[in-house]
Ligand binder design. Structure first.
Ligand SMILES: Cc1ncc(C[n+]2csc(CCOP(=O)(O)OP(=O)(O)O)c2C)c(N)n1
Ligand SMILES: [Mg+2]
Length: 737
């Protein structure tokens, strides 16, 4: 206790004798004491969690032990709620330094309903703090890095388009507030192992090329679980490999030294904040506690190596530093540590008493709770219908034309929309356009033609040839409130983006318990019937995505539906995978006049292409015109009346229309272009068999592609993909059953 005669708090060394004003790389003595408090708290939360795991009171533990000095340095040099953060699971000290509490963390460990990060949905140490701009984190190593790049691009975009940030009613913008500062920096961290992921290199490339204010922090503890760094990284040192990227400020530091780390972060953050380019800090740290509680590092690391690491423990180093510099004496250290222990005990008790989430909450926040894309309010009449009624001539246009027109009108209406992807710009060398030397490309199918010309190169631009880059950046931009409408050139090449499409984009909202969301549109050219499209320009595979909760999947068969559904997709508050059939882009079937800038179609409503009484055919995409041809022939030849349903939307899908139709016709055929087995139609067929069994007069049949990839030679292609003749045969058989 401090007394009147001795005014200094107990434990603090008398500053009169000890350079009270001395600073250490700019850190005051008070700040250093605070730094130690945060680092020590971080370590002790890990220790308590480990104990709780051993007592089976929590279910998983992964520690930030050994990484505390780096987190502290980042937290002290960056601004919560101003800068943006894409941390990884070792960043406990960073989160504490930014303002998260031990209780927040322990609530996550016990999986409490009140866990502010995920409401019991994610493992501990998967940080998510909306108020601090700490963006929801997942478990795949490295999938946060491209998102951080997109996040930084978002800040830059709003700086040059401040009007776009305004709140606007009537679409997703009503629920997506934007904040930007102009000089904010985006932090992203990863381990030495995660630098082996391709997405790391894609992110480095774009951050470098666009001089983005992204701070990359590699926390190199020498191991990725049991795999040592020399196996991950050619030559064993990531700094050497990345040193050729232009525009970066690089630092390679001892990340167990808090003061040196602070100094390196201060320099690098200043560089990024000034807009000079990205920063890269390679911090050598230690991992004293094995990879996680599921790992025992003694199996692959000898004692001598582990003991050598222990001499560099950042907690001990900081303690020794404070004592050596006379900032705290042993008593002071003990007092601080006791305080931390006492506060932690209270938090542990509180967390252990916290109520778990109730099972009835599991479906909450898969999709936006605010904007329902199936709402009947989105049901509109095409403006072209009114014009035609007035006797005005309205020329029918192709699906390609109407998608292009819809994109143009939506971009005019909503300045948050940007379009990027491979070849989508008219010309990246815009001087050629300005000098009118060229006409411009606008996509390999020309769907985005003229948009760069009309809206400028910062709204319509080419990406590198890297699909994860396209989707990952879109996720980051959408998190910031932008509306990326990106293009995957061919469905066959969507797979490099699969990590983003499966584990990130559809999960941003659910895993953060509605803390974050990334509503964006991924347009994909899909499908076969191309005559020569072959294996790698003909694929379908929509069921892989309808199998992923959290993402709408739309697949129009005609120009009018494409326009109305694309507009709904763009205004939607959820991610949408918008599948455009290449064969239908310029087909005569399904042409329509442009329905005007306000035409929307609600998701989840099928279209009855032709009414009938004898048999229901449920299909979508390029099978629609083929099934229609078959149905018309069957009626001409045999008088069988087929009810043909075009689903248009695969998730959500229109069960009511299917059920009403099958209840009337008592016969169902599901037809789809993808390979037969395990395809989208299997689910529809199963539901009909399950829910409408009593209504059926015949088994549910399917027509689809053979279980093989599409071959090049047209004779083979015809044999592989479903054709009108095969559909006709199946319809006839089913009608006669
Ligand atoms: C894409 C992916 N592959 C594998 C894993 C399993 N895994 C979790 S952490 C980890 C090692 C990560 O090592 P490093 O990046 O060095 O980070 P550290 O844990 O050492 O801090 C692995 C293989 C994963 N989470 N994600
Ligand atoms: Mg590692």
């Amino acid at each position: 206790m401090a007394t009147k005669t001795d005014p200094k708090p107990a434990g603090v060394v008398d500053e009169k004798f000890r350079n009270a004003d001395k600073t250490y790389e700019g850190l005051s003595r008070t700040q250093l004491i605070e730094a130690y408090r945060i680092m020590y708290t971080s370590r002790r939360v890990d220790d308590r969690e480990i104990l709780l795991k051993r007592q089976q009171k929590i279910f998983f533990q992964i520690s930030g032990a050994g990484h505390e000095a780096v987190g502290l340095a980042a937290g002290f040099t960056m601004k919560p709620g101003y800068d943006w953060f894409y941390p990884y699971y070792r960043d406990r000290a960073l989160c504490l330094a930014l303002g998260a509490t031990p209780l927040d963390m322990l609530l996550m460990a016990v999986g409490a309903a009140a866990d502010p990060q995920s409401g019991g949905r994610q493992m501990p140490s998967h940080w998510s703090f909306p108020k601090l701009n700490v963006v929801t984190q997942s478990s795949p190593t490295g999938s946060q890095i491209l998102q951080a790049v997109g996040c930084a691009e978002g800040g830059r975009y709003f700086e040059s388009h401040p009007e776009a940030a305004k709140k606007t009613e009537g679409d997703y913008r009503q629920f997506k507030d934007v904040q930007f500062q102009g000089d904010e920096v985006t932090y992203v961290s990863l381990g030495d192992g995660a630098t082996s992921e391709g997405e790391f290199w894609e992110a480095m490339n774009t951050a470098s090329n666009r001089k983005l204010p992204v701070l990359f922090v590699v926390q190199d503890n020498g191991y990725a679980i049991s795999v040592p760094v020399e196996v991950q990284t050619a030559g064993g040192n990531i700094s050497r490999l990345i040193s050729g990227f232009p525009n970066f400020h690089f630092e390679e530091i001892d990340g167990t030294d808090p003061v040196a780390s602070y100094a390196a972060f201060a320099r690098t953050v200043a560089y990024c904040r000034a807009g000079e380019g990205p920063g890269f800090i390679h911090a050598h740290v230690i991992r004293p506690y094995s990879h996680s509680l599921s790992d025992d590092e003694r199996l692959y690391r000898p004692d001598a190596e582990r003991e050598r690491d222990a001499t560099r423990d950042p907690i001990t180093r900081m303690q020794m530093f404070l004592i050596r510099e006379g900032i705290l004496d042993e008593k002071g250290i003990n007092k601080l540590e006791k305080q931390v222990e006492d506060e932690l005990q209270i938090a542990v008790d509180q967390a252990l008493e916290a109520a778990p989430p109730t099972p009835d909450t599991i479906m909450r926040f898969i999709y936006s709770p605010d904007l329902d894309p199936t709402s009947s309010a989105l049901q509109t009449e095409p403006a072209s219908a009114a014009l035609a009624a007035d006797g005005k001539k309205v020329a029918p246009k192709t699906m390609a034309d109407l998608i292009n027109a819809t994109l143009r009108d939506e971009m005019r209406r909503d300045e948050r929309i940007v379009i990027f992807g491979e070849d989508v710009a008219d010309a990246s060398r815009e001087q050629y356009l300005n000098e009118k030397l060229i006409k411009g490309k606008g996509g390999v199918f020309k769907l985005t033609y003229g948009l760069q010309h009309d809206f400028g190169s910062d709204r319509v631009f080419n990406s590198p040839l890297a699909e994860a880059n396209i989707v990952g950046r879109a996720v980051g931009m959408a998190t910031r409130g932008m509306k990326p409408v990106v293009e995957i050139q061919f469905f066959d090449y969507i797979w490099p983006a699969m990590m983003q499409l499966r584990d990130e984009l559809p999960l941003m909202r659910w895993r953060s318990n509605n803390g974050f969301s990334s509503p964006c549109v991924i347009r994909v050219a899909i499908g076969g019937y191309l005559t020569g499209g072959a294996i790698y320009h003909s694929q379908c595979g929509e069921s892989i995505f309808t199998h992923t909760p959290g993402m709408h999947v739309i697949f129009p068969s005609n120009a009018l539906d494409a326009a109305g559904l694309l507009r709904t997709a763009i205004r939607c508050d959820d991610p949408v995978l918008f599948l455009e059939h290449k064969r239908l882009y310029r087909e005569t079937f399904g042409r329509a006049p442009y329905p005007g800038p306000d035409y929307t179609i609600p998701f989840g409503e099928a279209k009855v292409v032709q009414a009938g009484t004898d048999l229901t055919v449920i299909t979508y995409g390029a099978v629609v015109p083929r099934a229609l041809q078959a149905a018309q022939k069957l009626e001409r030849e045999q008088g069988v009346k087929v009810e043909l349903i075009d689903l248009r939307c695969l998730n959500p899908f229109d069960w009511d229309t299917i059920a009403a139709s099958v209840s009337k016709t008592n016969r169902a055929l599901v037809a789809y272009e993808d390979t037969l087995s395990w395809g989208y139609g299997a689910e529809i067929a199963a539901r009909i068999a399950d829910k409408l069994f009593d209504q059926l007069d015949a088994p549910v049949r399917r027509v689809a592609a053979k279980d093989v990839f599409v071959a090049y030679q047209p004779i083979l292609e015809d044999a592989i993909l479903p054709q009108a003749e095969g559909l006709l045969r199946a319809m006839k058989e089913l009608a006669e059953y």
